[in-house]
Design a protein around this ligand. Structure first.
Ligand SMILES: N[C@@H](CCC(=O)N[C@@H](CS)C(=O)NCC(=O)O)C(=O)O
Length: 208
């Protein structure tokens, strides 16, 4: 399998899951602005949408969209239980979280990454939306659960971790959300998470 990625982008969630599952893959870095892989190939031939992640599962067969990619990976190795069985209420809960992370939380960060500083007039609105969505996550963890679905790590946790990690780049301190802070620490203790961060140059003290 080929994972098309950009360092620190949401594609990091797929890398974490691939490493959690021990599935063999090759990571292909993409310059999404230029529409090219690092090796110079036309990325739009693999993914016409131009963004990451994209997972090429066999030559010419490409899956895009984080919720789809992550569930596909989990279903490749059901014994690892990174997603509840299809057709169960627990699976619906997973999909609920994946959709929330993708459509609400992830997109609440997007204005910060448009390549220009936010205008004062939009800054307050953008920040209020983001903080509100992070509050929603804290509420989801309020009963003391270790992960989004309870005590079992799932692909949604990988995606949540990657998105919340972006607070480091925009100066939002997660300390004000104690449940989330504990979740981030729990995630950082996972070898696959550390390995994935190191591979994308996000952990200075560990080799990729
Ligand atoms: N709906 C897409 C969104 C993917 C997305 O927003 N990818 C970002 C990185 S996190 C991207 O590649 N943006 C283009 C760019 O950064 O140039 C998904 O869930 O996979």
């Amino acid at each position: 399998m080929l994972l098309y990625f950009k360092p620190a982008a949401c594609s990091l969630a797929s890398r974490i899951v691939l490493l959690e599952l021990g599935l063999p893959f090759e990571a292909v870095e993409v310059d999404t602005q230029a529409g090219r892989t690092k090796a110079g190939a036309d990325y739009r031939r693999a993914n016409p949408k131009g963004y990451v992640p994209a997972l090429e599962i066999e030559p010419g067969v490409v899956i895009t969209e984080n919720p789809a990619v992550l569930q596909y990976l989990a279903d490749r190795a059901p014994e690892a239980r990174l997603a509840p069985a299809a057709g169960t209420l627990d699976r619906v809960r997973l999909q609920e979280w994946l959709n929330f992370i993708s459509a609400e939380l992830h997109k609440a960060f997007s204005p910060y990454f448009h390549g220009h500083a936010l205008e004062a007039s939009e800054k307050a609105r953008v920040e209020a939306t983001l903080l509100r969505r992070i509050d929603d996550v804290e509420t989801g963890l309020a009963d003391g659960r270790s992960f989004l679905l309870g005590e079992t790590f799932s692909v949604a946790d990988a995606y949540l971790f990657v998105v919340l990690n972006w607070t480091n780049f925009i100066g939002v301190d997660l300390a004000r959300w104690p449940r989330i802070s504990a979740f981030m620490k729990r995630m950082l203790a996972r070898p696959a998470v550390r390995k994935a961060l190191a591979a994308e140059g996000l952990l200075q003290d560990e080799a990729a």
